[in-house]
Write a protein that binds this ligand. Structure first.
Ligand code: ADP
Ligand code: MG
Length: 335
């Protein structure tokens, strides 16, 4: 388990992490999401001692990271591996030697290394690439090699810092599937830093949103989606639905159960009300489909509709536009 309590960190006058509190259970896939510069990489690097924190506590399986000495840190890092956006592979060495490198460093014997390299190549799907040099591989294949190398010391935790950010959408999807399989089949806890909400949706069970060094939201991904907190909407910057000229906009949240799938047709049938659709989408969240529809109802129908949705157990929100243009201006001022 990883327990982060009251962590603060500055680079000179710049406060980068402020009062971070967070708990990550063993076996979880946990996302840290936020805009560029929010402090995600710094927080991740504090977890494996690549970066120190000024105050507060970070305990990984009971060990306070900043109390580790050099030797302690070397042992500690065997259990906590990391992958990056750019795959720092050794270009002169073969894929085999790249994967074997950490084990050679730790003086594993040759037979043991050979067995493990072949197992790892199998897991990540690069058994036919072992004799090649990294420069002939695609980005996705290089990341697979980097993942195999990261797994070579049998870590309990894998940290991923924007590991799919340089990849095309198809390759991203296949790497995310691989990470999920590593989590489920090998039981490795994975912490994913990303600026892409799509990565969180497809991969993570739980997520925290970092905004300018502060954690503004934490929780199960699907629950946060259904409750639509402003901080999440701000981060996602989804296109505003234009204000309704007549009537009121209600955002109806859709899950993939039967009652949700049928709700739009049932509202009209059961209540005899009409509505128009102002916006909406349905997306994949790990194994679930979640979505929302912004519907415009006549003012006199709104109360009845809301009571009806409550009675049916459907989550809904009164839709308020975010004013994306204003948010973008603020962002440009920040930059
Ligand atoms: P993210 O990963 O969310 O993009 P980072 O953790 O990399 O954010 O950076 C957070 C802030 O800290 C940024 O303003 C960045 O410029 C600054 N920063 C990161 N590393 C250093 C460093 N070694 N020295 C000084 N400032 C840094
Ligand atoms: Mg970063």
């Amino acid at each position: 388990m990883i327990e982060i309590n009251g962590v603060q960190k500055s680079f000179g006058d710049l406060k980068v992490l402020e009062d971070i509190n967070l708990k990550i259970e063993d076996g979880d896939i946990y996302g840290l999401v936020g805009k560029s510069g929010a402090g995600k990489s710094t927080l991740l690097r504090c977890l494996n001692g690549l970066e120190t924190y000024d105050s507060g506590s970070i305990k990984v399986n009971g060990i306070e990271v900043k109390e580790l000495d050099k030797k302690g840190l070397r042992l500690f890092r065997k259990d906590i591996a990391m992958i990056f956006q750019h795959f720092p592979l050794m270009s002169r060495k073969t894929v085999y030697d790249n994967i074997a490198f950490p084990m050679r460093n730790w003086k594993y014997d040759k037979a043991q290394i050979d067995k493990r390299v072949r197992e790892l190549a199998e897991i990540v799907g690069i058994t036919d690439k072992l004799k090649m040099k990294p420069n002939v591989l695609s980005g996705g294949q290089k990341q697979r090699v980097a993942i195999a190398r990261a797994l070579s010391m049998e870590p309990k935790t894998l940290l991923s810092d924007e590991s799919t950010s340089a990849l095309d959408p198809g390759t991203t999807a296949s790497i995310l599937r691989l990470l999920r399989r590593i989590n489920e089949e090998l039981g490795i806890t994975i912490i994913v830093v990303t600026h892409q909400m799509s990565v969180i949706r497809e991969l993570c069970r739980n997520v925290s949103l970092l905004e300018k060094g502060k954690l503004v939201l934490s929780g199960p991904v699907n629950e946060l989606f259904l409750s639509q907190p402003d901080a999440l909407r701000r981060f996602m910057m989804e296109d505003d639905v234009p204000p309704a000229a007549n009537g009121e906009e209600i955002q109806v949240m859709l899950t993939d159960d039967d009652k949700s799938k049928k709700i739009l047709s049932k509202i009209s049938k059961d209540l005899g009300v009409e509505f128009s659709v102002a916006g909406g989408k349905i997306e994949r969240y790990r194994d679930q489909q979640l979505g929302s529809m912004v519907l415009v109802f006549a003012q006199e129908d709104v109360e009845r509709v809301c009571n009806y949705l409550d009675a049916k157990g459907i989550v809904w929100h009164r839709y308020t536009p975010l004013n994306i243009e204003k948010l973008q201006e603020e962002e440009e001022e920040d930059a």
